[in-house]
Design a protein around this ligand. Sequence first.
Ligand code: GAR
Length: 200
Amino acid sequence: MNKTKIAVFVSGGGTNLQALIDAEKSGIITSGEIVLVVATNDKAYALTRAREAGIDAVVVDKKALGTQEAFESALIEVLDDYAIDVIVLAGFMTILSGDFTRRYDKRILNVHPSLIPSFCGEGYYGLRVHEEALKYGVKVTGATVHYVNEIADGGEIIMQKAVYIQDGDTPEVLQRRVMQEAEWQILPLAVELVSSKWRK
Ligand code: GAR
């Protein structure tokens, strides 16, 4: 049986990409292999992580392409070139249209740094999610891995993990703890689960 071919979409630091690379090396991910990294900008440190792991990486620049249609056509072209089965959004800061997500129904996963349906949807990304959680005063937050559909952070939930707020937490401290205790733990497990379903 072939392994499921995975593309990871990134926009920034790529610590979740690193967690996936490490999980493949350590045997947590066995049903799939990361064959491609797609970044939305050429400054993303995630590109260096991909290069160091020997994974092909491409930049698909939305601004340069002008429209959502042109951007998504360029994505589809490269995904077809690599015969990608499963897409992982790992800190990917661009919304995908319904046309795109329907094409890959139950084959796109996203990691979000809160317990959905709290602190999610349009405008909730990165540090802002943790700022809002602290401002609200919740005592528990966490991370969610879910399928991606046309509604921002609205697809079916695959896995979640809770993280307690601690006295003195700043958005930065909380962001780091949510990554360490939740995102980097559940994302590889969810990717293995979904990869095992699409293996041919
Ligand atoms: C992660 O915390 C991820 O959950 C979040 O951005 C960060 C990216 O970090 N994603 C979102 O907020 C999406 N709505 P990374 O580039 O180091 O993986």
